[in-house]
Every structure is written in structure tokens, then in C-alpha cells.
Design a protein around this ligand. Structure first.
Ligand code: ATR
Length: 264
């Protein structure tokens, strides 16, 4: 039986096992997918286990998407350009780090039929997922990408990878067509961003990477103002789909039942 893992810290809330095991069963694959809380010191051993074929693949989540990189043999172009790895597999005895968050975000946005080309996009946050968002937005021909982060230096650091982005102070609201919450504010139901988003009007697209809770206050307020709003559930599903395809060579199905699995 093949064994797959999602590793991170914290990891208790990860819905990856539920989704992958559902697809594994539906496709009659002899495998199991589990979650494992690890420390940074465990990363080396994880890669060793993959090399020894005792683990057949892994998803990597917060806070190890960058920290895993020195342990890998090869990065896919997407992982290299974002310096972010969320999917690992073995090929020709080399451990390969890949990034399916880009595909996940891009597929989700296309599914919402929001056309990013020529649009101004404002990103809140500069954590692990943000390089993938920027990469995908550039792929989709965004006109301008502006980032604000509480710790401004972290937003500025993104310019090493993406020299054309703009950085503004936390609290500053530039003109935008699409705004993305990529902070962890909203994971707790009562969290408030405390940004002055009342004046932005009602024709904007508000996107939250968070999908649990399904409607953060960021999205709730946006909707009340008449804006379009979407959460990160489809991004999560599509990044999982791309990882599944890499490991099993099968395109799993996304339907209402798949999406319902993730409602808590
Ligand atoms: P990491 O920063 O370790 O990659 P993450 O979960 O990917 O972790 O990112 C958390 C994001 O939420 C960061 O952009 C963080 O801002 P800082 O870089 O200043 O820490 C942001 N964040 C978390 N709590 C916040 C708060 N109370 N106010 C504003 N931003 C917050």
C-alpha cells in the first residue's frame, strides 16, 4: 500500500486527508493519505523516507513550504520561481519539489469567471502562499500587483522574486479591482482586519484564501457592500487535484460531493 502525507504545524485542521482519501477510494488505488505534525528538524528525515520509498509523496504546508527546499534534489520551474513547495514526489531516485498552489489559485479564479487581465490586484499579507498568488496573477496578465503586510519588510522582500510589484504600508488602501486576503486574519470567526475598506465601492472582487470559516468577516463585509466575494475552497481543491495527478497519474473528479466533503 502506498503512503502519502501532509506535513506542517499546526496540521490538525488540514482537510487534505479527507479529500485525498476520498479520491483514492473512488479510483480504487491501494494507498493511504495521513496528516503528520512535524518540526523543522524532521524535514530531513521526511525526505530520507521518500528516498527510501517508505513514503510515496507528501504535501507540505505552513510553515515549511520554503524551509523544505534545501532538502530537495530538484525543484519544478513553478517551485523555483516562487521558492515555495507544497508537493513532493520521487522520480528517477530524485526527490522533486513542486508547487500546485499556483495551479490551484489560477483554476479557482478562472472557475469564478473573473478575468484578471488588465486588472489591479491588491494583496493583504506576505506569508507562504503569497509568491504563488503573485506568480499566478502575473500568468493571468494582471496589470498591477500591490502588496501590504503588517511587517512591511516581508512584503518588500517579495521584490527579490517579483521585481515589478508595489508595496504600500499596512492600512493604506490603493485603487484596486480585486483584493485578496492572504493573512491569517479570519481563521477565527471573530477576526477583523480593521482596514478602511468601506470607501472602495461595490464593484470589486474580494477573494479570501481562507475557506474555513467559509465566510470571513472580510468577505461578509464585502458582500454587504454589494461586492463579489469568494473563499479559498476551490483553490484548495484544485491544488489537491494537481498533487493527486502528479502522484497517481489520474485526474480526480470535482463535483458537489467533493466540495461537500470540505464543509465543516
Ligand atoms: P508566515 O508569515 O509564517 O508565512 P502565514 O500564515 O503564511 O505565515 O502568513 C501569515 C500572514 O498573516 C502574514 O502576512 C502576517 O503578517 P506578518 O508578516 O506581519 O506576521 C499576517 N498576519 C497575521 N496576524 C496578523 C495581524 N494580527 N494583523 C495583520 N497581519 C497579520
Amino acid at each position: 500500500m502506498k503512503k502519502y502525507l501532509v506535513v506542517g504545524s499546526p496540521i490538525n485542521h488540514s482537510l487534505s486527508p479527507k479529500l485525498h482519501n476520498y479520491w483514492i477510494k473512488n479510483n480504487n488505488i491501494d494507498a493511504i493519505y495521513e496528516r503528520q505534525k512535524i518540526d523543522e528538524a524532521d524535514l530531513k528525515n521526511l525526505i530520507f523516507e521518500i528516498k527510501k520509498k517508505r513514503i510515496d509523496g507528501a504535501n507540505v504546508t505552513v510553515p515549511f513550504k520554503k524551509k523544505i527546499i534545501p532538502h530537495l534534489d530538484i525543484l519544478s520551474p513553478e517551485a523555483n520561481d516562487t521558492q515555495s513547495v507544497n508537493t513532493i514526489y520521487l522520480k528517477n531516485n530524485k526527490v522533486i519539489g513542486h508547487n500546485t498552489d499556483i495551479y490551484g489559485f489560477e483554476s479557482a479564479i478562472k472557475n469564478f469567471r473573473f478575468d484578471v487581465s488588465g486588472k489591479k490586484v491588491f494583496i493583504l499579507g506576505a506569508g507562504g502562499v503569497v509568491p504563488s498568488l503573485i506568480f499566478a496573477l502575473k500568468n493571468m496578465k494582471a496589470l498591477e500587483i500591490v502588496v501590504a503586510n503588517r511587517t512591511k519588510a516581508k512584503a518588500e522582500h517579495l521584490k527579490v522574486l517579483f521585481k515589478n510589484i508595489k508595496v504600500v504600508n499596512w492600512g493604506e488602501i490603493p485603487d484596486f479591482d480585486m483584493i485578496i486576503n492572504a493573512t491569517s486574519i479570519g481563521l477565527n470567526k471573530d477576526d477583523e482586519l480593521n482596514l478602511d475598506l468601506k470607501k472602495v465601492g461595490n464593484k470589486k472582487f474580494f477573494y479570501d484564501v481562507i475557506y474555513s470559516p467559509s465566510e470571513t468577516n472580510f468577505l461578509k463585509n464585502a458582500k454587504n457592500q454589494g461586492n463579489t466575494s469568494e473563499n479559498g475552497k476551490l483553490m484548495f481543491v484544485y491544488q489537491a487535484l494537481a498533487a493527486f495527478r502528479v502522484w497517481h497519474g489520474i485526474q480526480p473528479e470535482i463535483n458537489d460531493e467533493t466540495l461537500k466533503l470540505l464543509d465543516l
